[in-house]
Write a protein that binds this ligand. Structure first.
Ligand code: SF4
Length: 190
C-alpha cells in the first residue's frame, strides 16, 4: 500500500444558478460556498454538516483536520478517492450564531435534494450527529445507535459514522470509523 499523504480533493464548483443563494441568511456571515469535492460521479456520497476551510488566511490551499482524518481512513480501508464525493448539509461554513434548525432544513432541501437527484449516488455515508439528524430529519437519532447497518433515507441506502473531528478528539473512535468505511466498501462491491 502506498504511504498515506493528505491532499486537497478537487472542488466541485458551485452551479452558477446557486452561487448567489441568500435563501437562509447564512451568506451574511461572509464564508464562501463550497458545493462539494471529489468525483461528482462517484458511487459513494459522504455528507458532512458544513464545509471546513479549504484555504488559510493567506489564501493557500490546505487540508483541514476533518479531511485529513477522513482521507486517512479511506486510505486504510483501500477505497479509491475516485469512488467518493463529499458534500454538506450547509454549503457555507457558519462562523457565528445562526438558527440551526431552520438554516439546515432550508439549505438541505434547496441544494442537497437536487444534488441527490442529479448525481444519484449508490450509497450515502453521513458523518456526525448534526448531519445525521438533518439528513434523517429526526433530532432523536444519533450515530451511536445507527452505525453498523443500512437505512433507507429518501430512497438512498445510507449508513453513518462518527464525525472525523470527533475522531480526532477521541482517537479510540478511529477504529469505528474504519469499521464503518469497511461496511461501505463491502456494500459497494456487492
Ligand atoms: S447556507 Fe445554503 S441556503 Fe443558506 S445561503 Fe448558503 S447556500 Fe443558500
Amino acid at each position: 500500500m502506498k504511504p498515506f499523504c493528505p491532499e486537497s480533493w478537487p472542488e466541485d464548483p458551485t452551479p452558477a444558478s446557486e452561487i448567489d443563494c441568500q435563501n437562509c441568511g447564512l451568506y451574511k456571515q461572509g464564508t464562501r460556498m463550497v458545493w462539494g469535492e471529489g468525483n461528482p460521479k462517484a458511487p459513494i456520497m459522504v455528507i458532512l454538516d458544513n464545509p471546513g476551510a479549504r484555504e488559510d488566511r493567506e489564501g493557500n490551499a490546505y487540508v483541514c483536520g476533518t479531511r485529513q482524518t477522513l482521507q486517512q481512513a479511506v486510505h486504510e480501508v483501500g477505497l479509491d478517492k475516485e469512488q467518493i464525493y463529499v458534500t454538506y448539509i450547509l454549503k457555507r461554513r457558519p462562523i457565528k450564531k445562526y438558527d440551526k434548525e431552520k438554516t439546515r432544513e432550508t439549505c438541505m432541501h434547496r441544494h442537497l435534494d437536487k444534488q441527490l437527484k442529479l448525481q444519484k449516488p449508490k450509497l450515502i455515508l453521513c458523518l456526525g450527529n448534526v448531519a445525521v439528524q438533518s439528513f434523517f430529519e429526526n433530532t432523536e437519532v444519533e450515530v451511536k445507535g445507527l452505525r453498523g447497518s443500512w437505512h433507507d433515507v429518501k430512497g438512498y441506502q445510507t449508513t453513518v459514522a462518527y464525525h472525523p473531528l470527533a475522531v480526532r478528539r477521541r482517537p479510540n473512535l478511529y477504529k469505528l470509523l474504519v469499521e464503518d468505511l469497511y461496511l461501505v466498501k463491502s456494500k459497494i462491491h456487492e
